[in-house]
Design a protein around this ligand. Structure first.
Ligand SMILES: [Zn+2]
Length: 385
């Protein structure tokens, strides 16, 4: 699984949390099913926005990206996002980018102009099929403004530049295009075809369309990726959370108000494809739900040991139903709202069963812990072992 990572020139906000918590849950679930998952995320540390910001602040770009890369990783740890096994920096993959650009030119899919090297979109008829955009719609969306391109829909895979930071290439000094950074990283690490590519829904076009075009045109292997998973936007008062709208809440600030488990419980109450509607009211409602869930788990774990065999039997039965219902909703395209409801429902029922056999209690504790860990919502309660 490859998921598009952050551009490291600022702190991550709740829109990032929404996406990366969703993929963390998906990764944890797949791993729990026994899939030998490899989860790789790229770090975009080569981008004009970064270099502009570094210049503004009078900082070395490398210093700036390393600082925000570390801040991002710290935020992920604080949110309990623990499934990402490796990160790949775009700046470490420039030779692979150059190799891919060369290959695309050789195949007649890309051409050089005075400003860079461009992928010729009309030579790849499947372009637009992921986002299901028609040719008319595509022609209305100019990907990048540049007068030297043959067609407005063509996108850059190498850009000529004369100000640092620069990398040498057969086309003179310059920088990689954004889209090709990801195919350079993923093909190098996973080969020509792999299973899951994730990212926020706004990346579907043009970013992921461009990735498919580059990879499939280059390798001839179809499909480049078997499953594309896109997370819905985070919306505040009906609008996207973004810096330009001034409605950004940073992860590190949100964590001063809410615990990581509370935030994860909230985000998991939306399916990953849906938009997340953010409001203080909704967050508070979700928090009180999580509190009642935590109280139930606590009550159950602290139960008395005066055993009643009828309660043990009942608990055994409930745990079997819990496991079955949880798997059913998660197997349906990772339907986390159903998973949250299932945990909540059974926690209320088991909290009334406290006079159970030690062995049964242990098994029930194990089941609950395992399922709560998939969502990352285990409350900080004391376990009776
Ligand atoms: Zn990407």
């Amino acid at each position: 699984m490859f998921v598009c990572g952050p551009t490291v020139y600022d702190y991550a906000h709740l829109g990032h949390a929404r996406t990366y918590i969703a993929f963390d849950i998906i990764a944890r679930y797949l791993t729990s099913l026994g899939y030998p998952l490899r989860y790789l995320m790229n770090i975009t540390d080569v981008a004009d926005r970064i270099f502009e910001k570094a210049k503004e602040l009078g900082k070395n770009p490398r210093e700036l990206t390393l600082e925000f890369e570390q801040a991002f990783k710290d935020d992920m740890v604080a949110l309990g996002v623990k499934s990402i096994q490796s990160y790949a920096r775009a700046s470490d993959y420039v030779p692979q980018v150059i190799e891919q650009v060369r290959g695309l030119i050789r195949k007649g899919m890309a051409y050089e102009t005075g400003t860079g090297v461009y992928f010729e979109v009309s030579k790849f008829p499947r372009f637009g099929s992921l986002s299901r955009l028609s040719h008319e719609e595509l022609s209305l969306r100019r990907l990048e403004l540049c007068s030297s391109k043959k067609f407005p829909e063509d996108f850059s895979i190498w850009r000529k530049h004369n100000s640092a930071p620069l990398w040498d290439s057969p086309w003179g000094p310059g920088r990689p295009g954004w889209h090709i950074e990801d195919t350079a990283i993923s093909i190098h690490n996973f080969g020509e075809t792999y299973h899951i590519h994730g990212g926020a829904s706004e990346l579907m076009f043009p970013h992921h369309e461009a990735e498919i075009a580059q990879a499939e045109a280059l390798t001839g292997k179809v499909p480049f990726v078997k499953f594309w998973l896109h997370t819905g936007l985070l919306k505040v008062d009906g609008r996207k959370m973004s810096k330009s709208l001034g409605n950004v809440v940073l992860i590190r600030n949100a964590l001063k108000e809410y615990s990581a488990q509370e935030l994860r419980w909230y985000f998991a109450s939306f399916h990953y494809r849906e938009p997340v509607i953010m409001s203080t009211h909704a967050l508070e409602k979700s928090r009180s739900e999580f509190k009642s869930f935590s109280r139930d788990i606590e009550a159950f774990r602290k139960g008395s040991t005066a055993v009643r065999s009828s309660e043990s039997r009942k608990l055994n039965q409930l745990i079997r139903c819990l496991e079955r219902d949880f798997a059913r909703v998660m197997n349906d395209d990772f339907y986390t709202p159903g998973a949250i409801r299932t945990l909540h429902k059974y926690s209320a029922q088991v909290s009334r069963l406290t006079r159970v056999d030690e062995r049964v209690l242990k098994r029930a504790n194990f089941s609950f812990s395992r399922l709560m860990d998939i969502l990352g919502v285990e409350p900080n309660t004391t376990k009776r072992e």
